[in-house]
Design a binder for this molecule. Sequence first.
Ligand code: FDA
Length: 311
Amino acid sequence: MIDAASKAFFQAISRSAFLKLLATRYGMSGERGFARRFIAGEHVEQVIAAARAVETRGLAITLDYLGESVSETPEARRATQEYLDIVDRIVAAGIERNISLKLSQLGLDLDPQLGLDNLRRILQRASPHGFFVRIDMESSAYTDATLDVFETLWEEGFRQVGVVLQSALRRSAEDLRRVTRMGARVRLVKGAYKEPRELAWQRRAEVDAAYVSLTQALLREGTYPAFATHDPAMIAAAKTYAAEYGVRRDAFEFQMLYGIRRDLQTALAAEGYKVRVYIPFGREWFPYFMRRLGERPANVGFVIRALLKER
Ligand code: FDA
């Protein structure tokens, strides 16, 4: 994890229309587009091919159709319809039935009821096919609304759905208690958004310490938790505590992002841990891509080298 200032910098430039134009032009062009390392492609056939390749490596998958913060109701309905189509395409393709999505893509920002209704439509289509649906967690402005939508659907009887908690947020220990009491599944992450000091730990050491403490709580009290991180120290902490506490390897999983630490993904799977790869795709890849650059400025060098090669 890098410091808060870099996160803020990349978050700010992700709003630049010029950079977006440039990136959209070159990022996905051909197999060698510089964003292709992190994003499987713009179309569903490309993500299905990527998912098959990941499954061949003995890893599990979750697919994310990129998009967030829609500003009009028709846009949210369109994204929902696209998710419904993706559910059908996944079933037809015979790959694992697991998707991740963002509520702001489904209209949460416009009206929480709209986000709730759209997610319900997706669950109604996906659940009979045995899908698991993970609601990604966005910035702290959405935490309450996201957990409320999740809880409402849980109370309606949807059980193949889970949430994400961020160790960077000071409130997460409390949220963890709320979600584990329900018996719901949590994905634990450090948190990809720049957050104010009142709400979030700012220093890496603090975010990491919170991650370890939440990991231990999830291993003790959680339901099939997912530890989503590429940080070897966090992974080691989870492994050690699970072994000490007598938690079986099939009672939790690790998750990593497509294109990041593929070596570690394969090594963990070889040790007998379940590893799930989060595979994003779609035309709205720019904000996701910028968050990945923000986490690791060395990625900027990777992008520049790819651009120079292309020229
Ligand atoms: P950290 O940032 O400390 O990185 C540890 C090491 O991992 C680095 O030294 C580097 O080797 C490697 N690494 C990390 N990021 C990299 C990158 N971008 N490029 C190349 N190497 C990199 N966040 C959120 O707020 N809401 C969410 O719903 C999710 N969902 C989610 C799902 C999954 C499967 C993962 C893996 C992550 C998320 N995240 C997320 C993102 C998460 O919050 C966090 O920003 C990143 O995972 C980076 O943090 P690490 O835990 O990997 O540690």
